[in-house]
Design a protein around this ligand. Structure first.
Ligand code: 7TS
Length: 414
């Protein structure tokens, strides 16, 4: 009578690595240890092949030709939209808008949802750990309208308390916009709880899922988010393509933000009628091959299984945390209980940029700096950190190399 919680079979990481041509390179004479997946992850051959096959066999413009190639391209593009819908479990493809990435998705909401709705004195609520892409578009909207940006705090571990955040919701709050996973600290936010509390006050919620989509299984109907944004290049797909999910009723109520081809039904000088969803928000020729590549990437991660991916990445996180914490003078920035697979850290006496350069000489790629989340990093009294961010194709041996290289850098600066 044991409650059978099936443990997923572990990933065959060595076999998986063979799917990623770029990983077999040597960098500066060493095998590449690619630990910068938070910035951009690598593409499996299946994605590269899908993009190439599209270019070789299908390319033409979409939604506008009767000829065979245009029909093929349109079919491939719309099949990619359906693939995304399934990946996030949205109700309808009308809720899936292709964008250039998370940044553009959030800007779309700032322009078409927030700006027309807010008045001077209205509020937009974010958290202290947001990426600049989930800060600056709201600041611009506030400047244009007189609305006010409010910021929910993070604690000394880098965690966000949903009740504390909800306490900052007022009669004037028009939108809550929060990350699902912090790119600078690794914190997984209690987004389900935040959304439930915001909805109880009648406030819609945008979730920045850039760092979540590669690591967590998504079910947007269960999550009940009003908007959800992510990028292809962080989920093992191409750059220049991303997604905005929006609740259909909200998208219907929003004006377009860019004008041009494809987003119209009829254009006359005395007035233009807009196309239906999702095309209303996709002016101009889209990144068709990018969408096709993204669909292939979602096929790839879905075949591996998000549960198995999360299980392996969790092991990598625990191992990296253990190995790095054992280094004298190393301080991990971001120690929330619920974390995704990245570790931000500083080493006493070694500037993060020097560390990044020394590691690169040994073939180890990490990111250093403020990670486009300056307020989050400065909250911890440092101007910059080094960040190792892991994907399912990373290994414990790569973490051993990281730890050894950090040790040797520390010795150099002593
Ligand atoms: N939101 C979060 C949480 C992110 O991590 C990023 C990119 C973005 C938004 C913007 O995504 P984009 O695809 O539109 O650029 N984060 C990072 C990073 O951590 N290092 O480089 C880019």
């Amino acid at each position: 009578m044991s409650a059978a919680v099936a443990t997923p079979a572990p990933l065959d990481v060595e076999r998986i690595r063979a799917d990623f041509p770029i990983l077999s390179q040597r960098i500066n004479g060493h095998p590449l240890a690619y630990l910068d997946n938070g910035a951009s992850s690598q593409r499996p051959r299946a994605v590269i092949d899908a993009e190439r096959r599209y270019a070789e066999e299908m390319h033409a413009n979409v939604h506008r030709g009767v000829h065979t190639l245009s029909q093929r391209a349109t079919d491939a593009f719309e099949a990619a939209r359906e693939r995304v819908r399934r990946f996030v479990n949205a109700r309808s493809t009308r809720e899936i808008i292709f964008t250039r990435g998370t940044t553009e998705s959030i800007n779309l909401v700032a322009h078409s949802f927030v700006r027309p709705r807010v008045r001077a004195g209205d509020e937009i609520l974010i958290t202290h750990l947001e990426h600049h892409a989930n800060i600056v578009p709201w600041q611009l909207a506030c400047e244009a309208t007189g609305a006010v940006l409010r910021v929910a705090p993070i604690d000394e571990r880098g965690a966000v308390d949903a009740a504390e955040l909800a306490g900052l919701i007022s009669e004037r709050t028009r939108l809550v916009a929060v990350a699902h996973v912090s790119n600078a600290l690794g914190t997984v936010l209690p987004v389900r709880d935040i959304i439930a509390r915001a909805h109880a006050r009648g406030v819609p919620v945008l979730v920045d899922g850039a760092q979540a989509a590669p690591h967590l299984a998504l079910d947007l109907q269960a999550l009940d988010a009003d908007f959800y944004a992510f990028s292809g290049h962080k989920v093992y797909g191409p750059d220049g393509i991303g997604v905005l999910y929006g609740r259909e009723a909200l998208l219907e109520s929003m004006p377009p933000w860019q004008g041009g081809g494809d987003m119209i039904l009829a254009v006359r000088f005395d007035g233009t009628t807009y196309n239906q969803l999702p095309f209303k928000f996709e002016a101009g020729t889209p990144h068709i091959s990018g969408a096709v590549g993204l669909a292939a990437a979602l096929d790839y991660v879905s075949a591996l299984g998000l549960e198995r991916i999360a299980a392996w990445e969790h092991q990598l996180l625990e191992y990296a945390t253990e190995r790095l914490s054992a280094i004298d003078g190393l301080r991990i920035i971001g120690t929330a209980r619920d974390k995704a697979s990245l570790v931000s850290f500083v080493v006493a006496g070694v500037h993060p940029h020097d560390l990044g350069t020394i590691l690169d000489q040994q073939g180890i790629a990490i990111r250093t700096g403020h990670h486009c989340a300056m307020p989050a990093i400065e909250r911890f009294g440092v101007p910059a950190t080094a960040r190792a961010s892991f994907a399912f194709y990373n290994t414990r041996a790569e973490i051993d190399r990281l730890a050894a290289a950090v040790e040797s850098a520390r010795a150099m600066f002593r």
